[in-house]
Design a protein around this ligand. Structure first.
Ligand SMILES: [Zn+2]
Length: 269
């Protein structure tokens, strides 16, 4: 159903001590200049490729192709900064804690912009663009717990000649390194950093859920939505495209970088 921003303000204000759960997708980073995977923005260039190329199968079949694809995607991230939506969500967390409530932000984005904006209770459920990990499961730098900073991995040889032989190698065991992100053919339980048990707990405990800028096309949104609807919790979606994933979801048809600052300033009054 359609909802007004005032409805969201009233419902957030009414859920005093409970857990406020926010789930964000690519739409929240759009105003920072990061194209969405599947959105209607003109730069959503991976719309047809992402479910094929964003897989462990592709990495196994074509390690150099997988690395090149991610370097092209993640190369732009060095120059981006949090926008008003990220800052508003950090302010919302401070406001919620200030009145003794609980807060958790679960993001599908790997761009680190929520952390840069100061969000503290944060689950980056699809991984992080600033880290890579060993593709060998038994290695300390691989799943289920290991990773290393991307900045510590030499990639000059690969950039000069992007071949399988030049794909960056694990400094510990010599196996190929891979992106520290959840691929479409992988499970949330595959790495401790995805913090899936915390997402499950929050989905069960949430007093109110706000989805922001997500296309409801991944497992985490399905899971959180199903749990909240089953428990009869208020569920909002801030989405300029006004997609209605379930009849009970209250859709605020506005860009995140406009609606969220307005929400925070209304709550502060
Ligand atoms: Zn290794």
């Amino acid at each position: 159903m359609k909802a007004a921003l005032d409805d969201l303000v009233d419902d957030v204000a009414a859920q005093a001590a409970g857990l406020l759960l926010v789930v964000t997708g690519a739409g929240v980073s759009l105003a920072s200049g990061i194209p969405t995977f599947r959105g209607s923005d003109p730069d959503a260039v991976w719309a047809t490729d992402v479910t094929e190329l964003g897989t462990n199968q592709y990495f196994q079949d074509d390690p150099a192709g997988s690395w090149a694809w991610y370097l092209a995607r993640f190369g732009r991230l060095a120059d981006v900064a949090p926008n008003a939506a990220h800052h508003a969500l950090a302010a919302l967390e401070r406001w919620q804690r200030g009145r003794g409530g609980e807060f958790l932000l679960v993001t599908q984005n790997v761009d680190r912009l929520h952390a840069a904006a100061g969000t503290e209770a944060l689950v980056e459920v699809h991984g992080r663009a600033d880290r890579v990990r060993c593709s060998r499961q038994t290695c300390a730098l691989g799943a289920p717990r290991g990773s290393i900073a991307r900045a510590d991995v030499p990639i000059a040889a690969f950039l000069a000649a992007p071949t399988d032989a030049n794909v960056p190698r694990c400094p510990q065991c010599g196996a190929r390194l891979r992106q520290h992100v959840l691929w479409f053919d992988e499970m949330y339980s595959g790495h401790a950093d995805y913090d899936w048990p915390r997402v499950e707990r929050a989905a069960r405990d949430a007093a109110l859920v706000i989805f922001v800028g997500t296309s409801f096309s991944v497992g985490v949104t399905d899971f959180v939505l199903t749990q909240a609807v089953r428990r009869g919790r208020p569920v909002y979606s801030v989405d300029p495209g006004a997609v209605e994933p379930d009849p009970s979801v209250r859709v605020v048809a506005a860009p995140a970088e406009q609606a969220l600052p307005a929400l925070v300033s209304a709550l502060a009054r």
